[in-house]
Design a protein around this ligand. Structure first.
Ligand code: KG4
Ligand code: ZN
Length: 344
């Protein structure tokens, strides 16, 4: 058995966790920066980097204390090395390098998206490769064929906004707080999914990709028209998003090698309406459906430690001069698509 320390600091959560190669989460801490960013309605990179710098070291000390472990008892230190906000990524990666150097423990630089992609295997030992992954977060909206550790084929991505971003922007338009996804989901519970006529961008397209910018603009117009109740706009937005997800998944399934399991991961996977719709869709397709527990869906360090454990098990580690990568596609062979460069 091996023990991996995981560090996550690529966006607005500072997190540290200790996870074993046998899938036990020994200790974990997470500090959200919601209060720091809320007045600005979104994540402010400078504030994020400063908050990570303040919170990370004591947090690592806490999880080590809680587990009763010394650094040299670890088998690896895994940190998110990108993609994400460079200031925050640097804080986590530099801390990991310093600890790795001081204790002579191998460093493993983790792609944040790989953390999300492999997180379902932490919760579900029965989940085997390959699987079809819908990765939906604040920065990404992709369909990937996860073939093995380190082998990801991107089938689809967004040409503009990520789905979580569309949730957050639509929530802002509706005057809901930040982060908007959970608030919008809550409001949608009281609304009619057919209450406002909203578009389904790229539905039926012969290209595999997503687009959500037009949906967000339509939410803006619906709100400004004064013709609809906010809860109906929220429910209609969520339904439009679900219809787009299902349509694009159908397209990817039809175009790629057969795969028997559909997995959802990333922050938006915490959305119950989306989970339920995906579950029904998977059953229709005779596919198994796997969704990690909510705490593993949104950003956390257990998934980074686990990705480290998977890499450790396949004999991989990284040099101490590994450079942070603010952009780092999971599938290096995927063709760039219009507009998505900034995110992928
Ligand atoms: O994976 P994550 O924690 O961070 C990124 O890597 O982006 O995802 C955060 C995103 C935010 O856009 C947030 O609004 C969205 O996930 N989110 C949700 C829900 N919970 C979080 N979106 C819709 N419904 C939710 N319940
Ligand atoms: Zn994430």
């Amino acid at each position: 058995m091996g023990i991996v320390l995981g560090i996550e600091s690529s966006c607005d959560e500072t997190a540290a966790a200790l996870v074993t190669t046998e899938r036990t989460i020994i200790a974990q801490r997470i500090a959200s920066q919601i209060d720091e960013h809320a007045p600005y309605g979104g994540v402010v990179p400078e504030i994020a980097a400063r908050a990570h710098a303040e919170k990370l070291s004591p947090m690592i000390a806490q999880v080590m204390d809680e587990a009763g472990l010394e650094l040299d008892q670890l088998d690896a230190i895994a940190a998110t090395a990108g993609p994400g906000l460079i200031g925050g990524v640097m804080v986590g990666l530099v801390s990991a390098k310093a600890l790795a150097m001081a204790s002579n423990v191998p460093l493993i630089a983790i792609n944040h998206l790989e953390g999300h992609a492999l997180s379902p295997r932490l919760a579900d030992p029965a989940l085997e490769f390959p699987y079809l992954l819908l990765l939906v977060s604040g920065g990404h909206c992709q369909i990937l064929r996860v073939e093995n550790v380190g082998q990801y084929r991107r089938l689809s991505t967004t040409i503009d906004d990520a789905l979580g971003e569309a949730f957050d922007k639509s929530a802002k338009i509706l005057g809901l707080g930040y982060p908007g996804g959970p608030a919008l989901e809550k409001l949608a519970l009281q609304g009619d999914p057919k209450g406002a006529a909203l578009p389904r961008p790229l539905l039926g397209s012969k290209e595999p990709h997503f687009s959500f910018a037009g949906l967000k603009s339509a939410v803006m117009r619906a709100k400004e028209s004064g013709a609809y109740r906010d809860e109906d706009i929220a429910a209609s937005f969520q339904q439009a998003a679900i219809d787009c997800l299902i349509d694009r998944l159908k397209f990817s399934i039809a175009k790629s090698a057969p795969v028997s399991t559909l997995v959802v991961a990333g922050g938006v996977a915490a959305n119950n309406a989306i989970r339920t719709a995906l579950e029904t869709f998977a059953a229709d397709q005779n596919m198994q459906f796997v969704a990690p527990p909510l705490a593993l869906c949104t950003d956390n360090a257990a998934m980074i430690a686990w990705a480290g454990a998977e890499r450790l098990a396949s004999g991989q580690s990284d040099a101490l001069d590994f450079a942070a990568r603010p952009r780092w596609p999971l599938d290096p062979d995927a063709e760039p698509v219009r507009g998505a460069g900034a995110k992928a």
